[in-house]
Design a protein around this ligand. Sequence first.
Ligand SMILES: NC(=O)c1ccc[n+]([C@@H]2O[C@H](COP(=O)([O-])OP(=O)(O)OC[C@H]3O[C@@H](n4cnc5c(N)ncnc54)[C@H](OP(=O)(O)O)[C@@H]3O)[C@@H](O)[C@H]2O)c1
Length: 326
Amino acid sequence: HRKRHLGDSIVARCFAVVTLALVGFKLSWNFFHFVFTTFLGSWLNLNLNLTDYGPWSVVTGSTDGIGKAYAHKLASMGINVVLISRSSSKLQATAREIQTLYPLVRVKTVAIDFTGDRSIYKAIASELMDLDVGILINNVGMNPGFCQPFTDLEDENVLDDIIHCNVLSMARMTHMILPGMIRRDRGVILNIGSISGAFATPLATVYAATKAFVDKFSRDLTTELGGTGVIVQTVLPGYVMTNMLNDTTFSKSSWTVPNPQDFVEANFRTLGLESRTASFWYHKLMLSFCETTCFLFPDAFSFFARKHLEGLRVASGPLNSLSFTK
Ligand SMILES: NC(=O)c1ccc[n+]([C@@H]2O[C@H](COP(=O)([O-])OP(=O)(O)OC[C@H]3O[C@@H](n4cnc5c(N)ncnc54)[C@H](OP(=O)(O)O)[C@@H]3O)[C@@H](O)[C@H]2O)c1
């Protein structure tokens, strides 16, 4: 009996030691991975050099916010840019800005509203036909009714618009440009999702669901393209100080809410080092923390996520269509 007891306690101790060693290894690995992909890798010049991937880039939603910052960054590296966005006047203004700063870079503009029907893709394809596109940034996205209950979206057409703009645009643009990249055996595709697509986000249900699609599509495509020369990265930003935060309590950039330029710099540091990333150091920590908490305590996480989004509403009036729950 004593021998069996001794045997049991040795097994229990071994189990505890192995568990602690595995947890310790995982935590050390996560820490090293964070430091390497966020700072060290790019400092050692191990991240991608985008100029190796072709003379042209395409950025959707490129007249404001993060997309505009991507366009400027690519042009600063000497890469030609096709700007695709909704408003012609903003396209012209952005093209002029880039050409003034980088006179050797060619800029092409395509005025398209991604909420339109499928004919828009024929129009885009005819504009891109003769270009050697090495970089595609699927950035365009809209988020009307952020921090509002789903049923407060009064115009039901908005639902079609969000899905067309955030989901279909990415799949269609990738389907259009990817075959050329595979033929040339080189290409980089960045799909801009959102941290909100990775876990429960009440009060942004449709938007967050479109971003979950971006995440899943992009991760699976990364694996499917293994062995080709095409690299796909899923980008999951946290809050970035752009027009998208207009109806929230955020009013200026800070160490937790970067401006679009700082976000893009951080993202380029991770290229080739990570296939799925929140890019900016604080967003990376937030993603890890939220994914772990959501996994361990899903109900508590959803409750606090809802409280957080309610707190972000500028107009702190009642949540109209949910007021009956009070
Ligand atoms: N900002 C954040 O906190 C945040 C966080 C996570 C993820 N993201 C994602 O990052 C991406 C960029 O967001 P952002 O904050 O930079 O947005 P933004 O400042 O609102 O800029 C959006 C850009 O897309 C264009 N656009 C919007 N709707 C369009 C449409 N239907 N057709 C064609 N172009 C359209 C806009 O052009 P016009 O100016 O002509 O409308 C503008 O150039 C989005 O996918 C967003 O979901 C943003």
